[in-house]
Design a binder for this molecule. Structure first.
Ligand code: MGD
Ligand code: MGD
Ligand code: MO
Length: 764
């Protein structure tokens, strides 16, 4: 399937025939094209399953067939015929499997049976569910202190599974909830809570039909949220401006051929997804928005002097905002020199972008990991918000903030209580409901959990999905730490490296995927629910037969561990595990926004969770939307790297053929890379300055000065149109270089888009 290694032409407009061919290969690859096609027809349908590919919203009419190439990959990946059985584990020691690639492990297929690690044979062996639950419960209870256990969640878990999980963990006695969102949109949550009193975006999908301008910042939807491209191109078609800030020229953000449009597919046409494209330096977006704020203030002053219509929405600022004068002062103090140096854009370019912003009545700003994974991400997102507040662009139709989430239910998991610092009202409500006290001390996020593992404080790790070992920074250190724990448990659909670092006692518990039919013991089909980036909650019911008869739903697995650990005095786990409606009733009693949950979620498009900022109800301590008056950072990591002509700043991102740590294939066709992932994209002049040539191999060496050696061996240099001093390569391969002590201020998100590195040329 995969072509020979080469750097070649990137494929044309995103979507289109290339995408369809790739889809075809995926479905064939799953072994059963017809069932695959049928499966796709049920993606994002009222009576089907929620696509596990991304968290972009579904259209109002819900019945149109909404799919995308990468959604198909996600579905085909889960619907594969390949199986990892107890016989497979009997043939391979864990030490041997550790030598396999991420790609090879996941391509062995779906896990079929619960297994337990046997240190004597160094193999995983079949175990029955009840024994597994009993031993896990006994190990957890033997820790003495519940704070010695870390309960990780990845964002595919349904609301029902996540709610049960947090209830179990809190009854057990800890708030240790490291969560994938800590590495993802945490900065958005922190920043937006401070600015507008809710850690979520404020727009609905239909707002994209009304916006006059959409700013897309640090995000690659062509690969990671392909359905968003259809909304962007509809916007450009009706004359809206779509302004992109991205360090790279990403294919999908130029043109997109809609696979839903038959005529266009036949004619090989495509439409623009953006109207204006700017390429800042890594970490330069706060400076761009600060520059835009300078333009806005000057234009407003000029309008006032000339008696023209003001540029700022003074009425909104007076009625709804707090801290504008302090913000104005800080903007005026910021020099254009600093703005240009940090952003890498010229003043003229920023003036152009600001002119588009000012000319638009209704503006949406979206962003993803290019914004959130830097040291100063929280002030950066607050700066985006500042600029949006200046013209009242929050809380009215066609306008608002839209952090585009990653995993399909990462937002929902947080809403239902996966939070190491849960809001008091949730804990109060849990106490009222259960009649027992909840732990109140803040628990561990991902970085705290890593710290606790490294210093020996943590003794157990439970993973509800995900791949903690490979998704986290400093993956080499984490691997060592996981292996020293007393207990490791992974609830998973497929085998990954995180499972191959067993603690003294270790289990892999296989679960049903989103696409599979889930029946209770009476044979009644169950649905789960998820929340998308627009705070819409909808139902999801599988349509395929389970990959193995032994699989349990995540809800049942969580209930099984819970019953064996904390007993059933307070919660009747068996009853809840039998009926997801009962779990939803419980959620509705604890979280008022979920009133009539069971009824509401069975409507075609589900329901919208109350979003206070979207209706200008500011749940902040000031009772208003807060401007944040923060200086630009003294230095971005790019500037730091510039102080030495050997150092660069590296972003670690996704190829077109992966889902986070899941590698579907070795191509990244929109970027013209085929058959290999060990590459570093670099400006041609930087390649020459290193004394290297295209295709040369280098070792990438981390420059974090904590005495730890960080090195990624043998990466191929790919000359690329990228700002000088900035380089890029794929995660998870480069996670060995991301220092776990280098994280976002206030968000604790690993700064995996600004890693300072240097290069060693290999003997060619
Ligand atoms: N197919 C597929 N879909 C996915 C995923 C997947 O792996 N595969 N992952 C899911 C998850 S969990 C998430 S969080 C999302 C991730 O979605 P994205 O955030 O789109 O993911 P990345 O690949 O990390 O891309 C980061 C983008 O930001 C740009 N960028 C990096 N740094 C900067 C910067 O400092 N400034 C600016 N302006 N641009 C910058 C990069 O060039 C790149 O285009 O996608 C979700 N959907
Ligand atoms: N350097 C660097 N590091 C990063 C990032 C980056 O951009 N750069 N991005 C970060 C981001 S945004 C995120 S969200 C994290 C992702 O971190 P994680 O969410 O931990 O990682 P994934 O790769 O999504 O997890 C894949 C595994 O999930 C399991 N799985 C899949 N589907 C299901 C299911 O339905 N149920 C269960 N129980 N298990 C399932 C499979 O076993 C699969 O191997 O990585 C972060 N790490
Ligand atoms: Mo993410």
């Amino acid at each position: 399937m995969t072509k020979k290694k080469h750097i070649g032409k990137s494929s044309n407009a995103a979507g289109g025939w290339g995408a369809l061919k790739s889809v075809g290969r995926q479905l064939m690859g799953s072994g059963k094209p017809l069932s695959g096609a049928k499966t796709m027809l049920k993606a994002n349908q009222p009576d089907g399953f929620d696509c596990p590919g991304c968290a972009w919203g579904d259209p109002e009419h819900g019945s149109s067939f909404e799919f995308c190439e990468n959604g198909v990959k996600a579905v085909a990946w889960e619907a594969t015929k390949a199986r990892v059985t107890p016989e497979f584990f009997a043939q391979h020691t864990v030490t041997e499997l550790r030598g396999w690639t991420d790609y090879d492990l996941e391509h062995q297929g779906r896990l079929t049976h619960p297994v337990r690690y046997n240190p004597k044979t160094d193999k995983y062996e079949k175990v029955d569910w009840d024994t597994a639950f009993a031993e896990i419960g006994a190990s957890l209870n033997a820790l003495g202190d519940p704070n010695r256990a870390e309960f990780y969640t990845s964002g595919r878990a349904s609301n029902e599974a996540a709610f049960l999980y947090q209830m179990f963990v809190r009854l057990y006695g800890t708030n240790n909830f490291p969560d994938c969102s800590n590495m993802c949109h945490e900065a958005s949550g922190v920043a937006l809570n401070e600015s507008i009193g809710i850690g979520k975006g404020t727009v609905l999908l239909e707002d994209f039909e009304k916006a006059d301008a959409i700013f897309v910042v640090g995000q690659n939807p062509g690969t990671n949220h392909p359905r968003m491209l259809a909304d962007l191109r509809k916007a450009t078609q009706r004359g809206a401006r779509v302004v992109v800030f991205n360090t790279l020229k990403e294919k999908g953000l130029h043109r997109f051929a809609d696979p839903q449009n038959k005529l266009e597919m036949i004619r090989g046409g495509s439409e623009a997804t953006s109207t204006d494209y700017y390429r800042p330096r890594l970490g330069g977006d706060m400076a761009i928005f600060r520059g835009m704020a300078k333009v806005l203030l000057a234009a407003d002053d000029a309008a006032k002097a000339q008696g023209k219509t003001p540029v700022l929405d003074h009425a909104f600022i007076a009625e709804h905002a707090h801290g504008f004068d302090a913000y104005r002062a800080v903007v005026n103090q910021t020099s254009w020199t600093q703005v240009e140096e940090q952003s890498g854009l010229t003043r003229t370019q920023i003036e152009e972008a600001a002119a588009i912003y000012m000319a638009a009545d209704r503006v949406i700003t979206t962003w993803a990991m290019g914004v959130t994974q830097h040291k100063h991400s929280v002030p950066m997102i607050r700066e985006i918000t500042n600029v949006m507040l200046m013209r009242g662009n929050i809380g009215r139709p066609g306008a608002g903030l839209c952090p585009v989430r990653g995993h399909s239910n990462v937002q929902g998991d947080r809403t239902v209580g996966i939070n190491e610092k849960a809001p008091a009202p949730l804990l109060d409500a849990m106490e009222r409901e259960l009649g027992v006290p909840m732990p109140r001390d803040p628990g561990h996020n991902v970085l705290h959990a890593i710290g606790a593992m490294l210093n020996g404080q943590a003794k157990a790790f439970i993973g509800l999905g995900g791949n903690f070992a490979r998704a986290t920074p400093d993956s080499k250190l984490i691997a060592q730490a996981l292996g020293e724990l007393d207990l490791t448990v992974n609830v998973a659909t497929k085998l990954n490296h995180g499972h191959l670092l067993p603690g003294k006692k270790s289990f892999i518990l296989p679960c049903l995927g989103r696409t599979e039919i889930d029946r209770n013991s009476a044979g009644v089909r169950q649905i789960v629910t998820v929340e998308d980036s627009m705070s819409m909650v909808h139902g999801s019911g599988g349509i395929n037969l389970p990959a193995s008869k032994e699989l349990k739903s995540e809800v049942r697995i969580v209930a099984g561990i819970a019953k064996a650990t904390v007993g059933s005095d307070v919660v009747d786990w068996d009853a809840l595990a039998e009926d997801n409606d009962k779990i939803r009733d419980l959620i509705a009693r604890v979280l008022p926004a979920f009133a009539n949950y069971n009824e509401a979620v069975r409507k075609p498009r589900g329901f919208h969770l109350y979003n206070s900022a979207a209706v200008r109800d500011w749940k902040t301590p000031t009772g208003r939307a807060n401007f944040s008056a923060t200086d630009l950072p003294d230095q971005t990591e790019w500037q730091r790297a510039q102080s030495d002509d050997q150092t660069f700043v590296l972003q670690t991102f996704r190829s077109h053929d992966q889902y986070n740590t899941t590698v579907y294939g070795m191509d990244d066709r929109y970027r013209g890379v085929y058959g290999e992932r060990q590459v570093v994209f670099m400006h041609p002049k930087d390649v020459a300055q290193l004394g290297a040539a295209a295709g040369d191999r280098v070792n990438v060496v981390g420059c974090h000065d904590d005495g730890i050696e960080r090195i990624a061996q043998s990466f191929r240099l790919v000359p690329y149109d990228i700002p000088r001093g900035c380089v890029a390569g794929y995660y998870p391969e480069l996670n060995v270089l991301v220092p776990y002590q280098s994280f976002g201020d206030k968000s604790f998100t690993p700064a995996s888009k600004s890693v300072v590195v240097r290069f060693e040329l290999q003997e060619q």
